[in-house]
Structure formats: C-alpha cells, structure tokens
Design a protein around this ligand. Structure first.
Ligand code: FAD
Length: 501
C-alpha cells in the first residue's frame, strides 16, 4: 500500500492548487471557512470545508448532515476542484474534499489493474504505473484530476472514440451512500448504481475505492503528427477518417477565423509504439523522463509565460496569436511525425504554471456541446457564428470525436464535441450577455439532439436536464437519488441548478 501524499515526486503547481486552501488546526472532519471556486475562477464563493482522510470520517459527516446538524445546504463532494464551473462548489454550504483519501491500495503489475482511494490523482497513478509499462487508459488534459472526480464526471480523453470514457475502464468500486451505507458495485453487483454513480456528478454517494484497468505501453514516447485543418469541416473529416487507426486525436481550432476558414486549426494525432519500435522506449518508462523542461527554449522560465498570455488576451491579440499558431501548424506538419513523451502530449498545459491566470480577473467558463455526427458540421458552425456575430468569441476551441457509453447521465454520444473557452467579463452586464449567449447556443445544440458535460458547465438551465438525458434516464436517476440519498445530503451548486433539489 502506498501513501501517495508522501510520494517523493513534487506536484507541479500549475493546476495543483485548487481554489480552496487548507485551514489551520482542527481534525480532518473539522470545517473551516474558505473560498471554494470552480477551476475557471468565475463561479463559486465561501463555504465550510472539511478534509476527511478515510471512509469512516466521511460516514460521520454523512450522519451529521442527515440528522440536520450541518445546515440545509448539505455536503458537496469535491476532488481536486478541476471542474470548470460549479460541479464541486456549494456556496454558503459545506464541502467535503476527498484529496486526503489518497492511497494506492494495490497495483497488479502483471495485469495492469489498480485499486485506489478517490483522492489519488491521475498524476499519482501514471507516475506509479509507467515504471511497470502501463499508462491510464483515459486521461484528461490535466493530471491533477482525482479518481473520485474522474469517475463521478465519467471523464474522457483524446481517445474517447476508441476506448470510451473513464467509466469504461472501471471494474468495480465502493460507494458510501447517505441512505444505504457502503455499497460494492460492478457490472454484475448493484449494476444500476454502478452505471449511475459513474457520471452521477457526486449525487449518489462518495467513491471510497475504485478498481480500474490501465493499458500497456512499450515506450515512454508516442509518435505524433501535426495536421493542418483548413476549416471546421476539414477537422471533422480528419477525425472521422483517422479514428480507425489513430490512438489519440485532438484538434485545436481558431474560432476567430470567419467564413470559409471558420474552425481552421491543427489536428494532433498520436500513436503508441509497438514493442521494440522505439530503441530508447523502455528507458523512458521513467516518470522523471516524462517531465518537460522548466524553461522555454532553454532560457525563458515557464512562470513568465502566463503574463505574456495575459497581455495578448487583454490587448485583443488572440486573433493574431491564433493566426500565427495556425501557420506554425504547416511547419509542424512538414516536421511530422516526431516523438513526444506521454506526459508532454497529454498534459502540456500543466507544465505552464498558472496559464489560466491569463483571463484574470474575471476568470473563464468552458462551454462544451456534444453533437451527433450527422449534423455536427452545421450545428457547430451555427453556434460559433452566433458567438462571433455577438462579438463574444472563445479564445480557444478544442475538437474531439466520441462514442456512446452505458452510463446513465453520460455526455457520450456518436458524434463530436467542441470545447469553447470564454473569458468572463468583470462587469455584470457583459457577464449576463455571455450567460445569455451560452444559453442560446445550448438551445441550438439541444434542438439537434446534442448533450452537455457538467464538468465543463456553469450556465445551463435546469429545464435542459430532461432534454439532455431523456425522461426515462432522468426518472431513473431521480429514483436512485431518492433511494440512496433520501435527505439530499449530497448537494452542489450544479445539482441545485440542474436537479432543482
Ligand atoms: C485544464 C483542464 C483540462 C481538462 N481536460 C479535460 C478533458 O480532456 N476531458 C475531460 O473529460 N475533462 C477534462 N477536464 C475536467 C476534469 O477532468 C473534470 O472536471 C473532473 O471531474 C475533475 O476532477 P476533480 O478531482 O477535480 O473533481 P471536482 O472538480 O472537485 O469534482 C467533480 C465532480 O466529482 C464529484 N466528486 C469528487 N470527488 C468525489 C468522490 N470521492 N465521490 C463521488 N463524487 C465525487 C464532485 O461532487 C463533482 O460533481 C479538464 C479540467 C481542466 C482544469
């Protein structure tokens, strides 16, 4: 059993610092008033935070909440706080942060199966697993995400079209529920809870142990191609054409480009190496060799990058930067393929400390619609044009391919997603315009059978909940909530917005 908090590797501070900080004194179940925001920094507020270190302490907190000793706003479960919006905030209420439950309980190096506590982060897992020739089968764009948060949101990676979601990699888990205590869940045992708690945004119980399978890797590097995309439709076509053979695909889009060139950008494809294909491959199965240098071009400290990004953003230079990035994609295309470490390919932004401060002081929100394949080109173009026509243009667009999965509240479908990052204005009127725009865009997506992903949401209306999941799934989910958490102990700002609890 490994206590990952005391592991020698130090956390890169880029994303590691959630918006709440440890309180002084008191035990792990003592609450301290802190500022608890979504990762984008645009939503959230003060809450009372406790940091239990084991399942028994979580059970005590559930008991206290159930018997009304902790107030009416319940308890919000929180992992690393990497959800962009209000998925793990509880303004004016209480938050239970599970990052202290962070032991790697078991690692089967023969079969690549890990049993972990919920506070273990993707970072902790890959750094342990890579030495044995394994890599988590699904990773998001930051390695700071916890296992509990990943399961609860059923996160996806750049290979969602090929291997499915995080939930697809989970074999079984233990869920501590306020109503029925500890439940063991798998595809065979408590299968309804298994399929609903994964994707259940922390509403049904607290994951206390998760067992998941990892994938074999034979080299510490991936073979990577940069492929210029002329426009949105070209990007969608590349995703569809290459998904049969590519291990990972992700497209960066310039959403300032208009007309014919709307959505132009660069697609990145990465493939795993076959055994023996990379002569240095095995040597690079070392966590230290996965890290990227702490300076840019060998001289500029990475800590200086965010002020440069801040200036570009504040002084309206994003279209210029995007144009240069698009042109650089052609050069990258000529130099392709090249070799890149798994860490650098998946988590490059983690190595740029505080990059998201570029949107300070208002913070950012992300809007990520999932659109069925047959209408994706039309719908995505329509919503980007809507944003452009209102002069509220996302500074970043990221395109991915997805596939359906069996989880009740899933965002997965046979189609595409476009993650769009918007800087949030400080002035209330401009902020209200942004919220109104995202709701107009959401209406277009929902009219066309699309879905949304709550880890990336801050603005959807509760009335969208049924349109996203359908009435059968919503009824089933509400019934499970009533059974497993009859007193609504588990609440978040997102849940109050979407479920109306
Ligand atoms: C830079 C960046 C890049 C990202 N890239 C991707 C990406 O590529 N793909 C993707 O899918 N997502 C991505 N995300 C989103 C992120 O993966 C999800 O928001 C994830 O859920 C965050 O995990 P967390 O540990 O921070 O959980 P939090 O954000 O703290 O919580 C998320 C949810 O999990 C619940 N929860 C937390 N712990 C538990 C527990 N022990 N038991 C039950 N429920 C719990 C919370 O109540 C909440 O509903 C990205 C986020 C960032 C900041």
């Amino acid at each position: 059993m490994t206590d990952l908090q005391s592991a020698p590797e130090q956390v890169d501070a880029a994303v590691a610092t959630p918006q709440s900080s440890g309180g002084p004194g008191g035990g792990p179940t003592t609450f301290h008033r802190e500022m608890v925001r979504g990762w984008g920094g645009a939503v959230g507020g003060e809450a009372e935070v406790a940091r239990p270190e084991n399942a028994e302490q979580v059970a005590d907190l559930f008991d206290a909440a159930r018997t009304g000793r902790l107030g009416a706003r319940g308890l919000a479960l929180r992992g690393s706080g990497c959800s962009y919006g209000d998925a793990s905030t509880n303004v004016g209420g209480r938050v239970v942060e599970t990052t202290g439950m962070n032991r790697l309980l078991e690692f089967d190096a023969e079969r690549g199966i890990a049993r972990v506590e919920p506070g273990v982060r993707i970072r902790d897992l890959w750094r342990h697993a890579i030495q044995h020739g394994y890599w988590p089968a699904v990773v998001p764009g930051t390695m700071q995400v916890s296992m509990g948060g990943a399961a609860s949101m059923n996160i996806h990676g750049k290979n969602a079209y090929a291997v499915g979601t995080f939930g697809d990699q989970i074999r079984r888990f233990k869920l501590l529920t306020p109503g029925e205590g500890l439940l063991e869940c798998s595809r065979e045992q408590n299968a309804d809870v298994f399929h609903a708690a994964i994707s259940g945004f922390g509403m049904l119980g607290c994951f206390t142990e998760i067992e998941l399978k990892l994938k074999r890797v034979h080299s510490g590097r991936l073979r990577v191609w940069g492929i210029p995309m002329r426009d949105l439709e070209d990007g969608l076509a590349i995703l569809d054409d290459q998904r049969e053979h590519a291990d990972y695909l992700v497209g960066w889009c310039d959403l300032h480009a208009r007309g014919k060139g709307l959505g132009r950008g660069v697609m990145h494809r990465a493939d795993q190496m076959a055994p023996g294909e990379d002569p240095e491959g095995e040597e690079l199965l070392d966590p230290v060799k996965q890290d990227v240098p702490s300076t840019l071009f060998g001289v500029i400290p990475k800590g200086w990058i965010w002020p440069g990004m801040w200036c570009a953003y504040q002084f309206g230079q994003v279209p210029l930067v995007n144009g240069l990035k698009y042109r650089a994609g052609f050069k990258e295309g000529l130099a392709s393929p090249y070799l890149q470490s798994h860490g650098a390919f998946h988590f490059l932004l983690d190595y740029v400390p505080r990059w998201h401060w570029m949107v300070k002081p208002g913070g950012l929100i992300q809007f990520q619609p999932f659109v069925p394949a047959h209408c994706a080109g039309r719908v995505l173009r329509q919503i980007v044009e809507k944003a452009q026509s209102q002069g509220i243009v996302p500074y970043l667009g990221v395109l991915k391919r997805h596939r359906p999965d069996p989880f009740l509240m899933t965002h997965g479908l046979d189609g595409f997603s476009m993650a769009m990052d918007f800087g949030v204005p400080v002035r209330e009127k401009a902020r209200r315009r942004l919220w109104a725009l995202t709701r107009e865009m959401a209406d277009v997506v929902l009219e066309n059978g699309g879905r949304f992903y709550y880890a990336k949401d801050a603005t959807l209306r509760g009335s969208s909940f049924e349109s996203i999941h359908g009435s059968t799934a919503v009824t089933e989910f509400r019934a499970l909530k009533e059974r497993l958490d009859p007193g609504n102990v588990l609440q978040t700002d997102l849940a109050r917005r979407m479920l109306g609890i």
